[in-house]
Design a protein around this ligand. Structure first.
Ligand code: NDP
Ligand code: ZN
Length: 351
């Protein structure tokens, strides 16, 4: 079968591979729609995970079941299914401990385009199919299902990590597709003011639709000073980090009230240390918490998030700015994600 792969750090291309084999608990899926992620860009062009050779890229997609293992109970050949980017081993001790995304070791629930071939193939393999697949509801289109693989659960996980409560003033640092879903999630959780950091006009327009109330730019002065000015010197209750680099935490700590929480879902692809300003961190006693997390995967989460689309409480179509028809355009979609033109939020390839 054909797949679009990372050949080595900084290099991608089409390769031929054997169709993956299906174990007793697994499924083989033929994609219906695919989407590239900024994480693929960190992985290939920053070498953020280390070198990978001839590894098929991609972890956002949905498809049709082509084959199932004999122990799979709830899925059969021909079913239309959604798949999360993170596919944990649900019987692992880490999953039993509440951290499925780290099943088998830190970040090891992230298998596609990390430890094994991703979804940009004519077929892809899903481990633990009963735990990692979900039936695609009638009301959810394949391209919407692609947004449920990663953008929605990751953006919403930022909301969970920041512990957004009714009436919170929230800073969302980065409003690409992930941050936009954090805006939507914070809004659903009852945030009052949602202050967004990001400059691309398409993203700002979408952010307004998802509940953003204020915008600031990291290109026009420091983020903390702008936030403090907007909030009359008070700062924000919570912050979600979905963009920027290792240096992002310094101004956010400065802009956060004592007792505030930061939820980071940004993939820090380069740099060695994250620095925290001592004084504004209350000399270590300010109760300012930072939690960074890979999103959890799993069928239950996929079904629950899809139900928000089904009842009309979440419209992920505002994320999709570029559409391609045909598997061969996976390459174009990935390059678009690398170049990030001003009108891009998220491309989708329908197959
Ligand atoms: P984008 O590149 O589309 O968006 C990044 C956003 O950050 C943009 O709004 C950009 O602004 C803004 N930004 C850039 N530089 C700065 C800065 N110095 N300070 C503040 N904001 C800045 O990314 P995505 O939304 O696709 O992904 C966001 C991150 O989430 C990525 O690192 C990705 O790898 C990661 N990710 C993590 C996952 C997880 O499970 N934890 C899963 C999926 C993705 P501008 O408008 O100017 O471009
Ligand atoms: Zn991703």
């Amino acid at each position: 079968m054909k797949g679009f792969a990372m050949l080595e750090i900084g290099k991608t291309g089409w390769i031929e591979k054997e169709r993956p084999k299906c174990g007793p608990l697994d499924a083989i899926i033929r994609p219906l729609a695919l989407s590239p992620c900024t994480s693929d860009i960190h992985t290939v062009w920053e070498g953020a995970l280390g070198d990978r050779h001839n590894m098929i890229l991609g972890h956002e997609g949905c498809g049709v079941v082509e084959e199932v293992g004999e122990l799979v109970k709830d899925f059969k050949v021909g079913d239309r299914v959604m798949v999360a980017a993170i596919t944990p081993d649900w019987s692992s001790l880490e999953a039993q401990g509440g951290y499925p995304m780290h099943s088998g070791g830190m970040l090891s629930g992230w298998k596609f385009s990390n430890f094994k071939d991703g979804v940009f193939g004519e077929y892809f393999h899903v481990n633990d199919a009963d735990g990692n697949l979900a039936h695609m509801p009638e009301a959810v289109s394949p391209e919407e299902a692609c947004m449920l693989s990663d953008m929605v659960p990751t953006g919403f996980h930022g909301v969970e990590l920041a512990d957004i409560q009714f009436g919170d003033t929230v800073l969302v640092n980065g409003i690409g597709p992930v941050g936009l879903m954090s805006v939507a999630g914070a809004n659903l959780r009852g945030a009052s003011r949602i202050i967004c950091v990001g400059t691309r006009p398409a993203c700002r327009e979408a952010a307004k639709k998802y509940g953003a109330t204020d915008f600031i730019s990291y290109k026009e002065g420091s983020i903390d000073e702008q936030v403090l000015e907007l909030t009359g010197g008070k700062g924000v209750d919570k912050a979600i980090v979905a963009g920027g680099g290792v240096e992002s935490f310094d101004p956010i700590i400065k802009a956060l009230k004592p007792g505030g929480k930061i939820g980071n879902v940004n993939y820090l692809g380069s740099g060695t240390y994250v620095t925290i300003p001592r004084v504004e961190w209350g000399c270590g006693m300010g109760h300012k918490m930072i939690t960074g997390g890979l999103m959890p995967g799993g069928r239950l989460r996929l079904e629950k998030l899809a139900s928000l689309i089904e009842v009309g409480k979440l419209d992920v179509r505002h994320l999709i700015t570029h559409r391609f028809d045909g598997f061969e355009h996976v390459e174009d979609a990935l390059m678009l994600m690398k170049d990030k033109p001003a009108d891009l939020i998220k491309p989708v390839v329908n197959i």
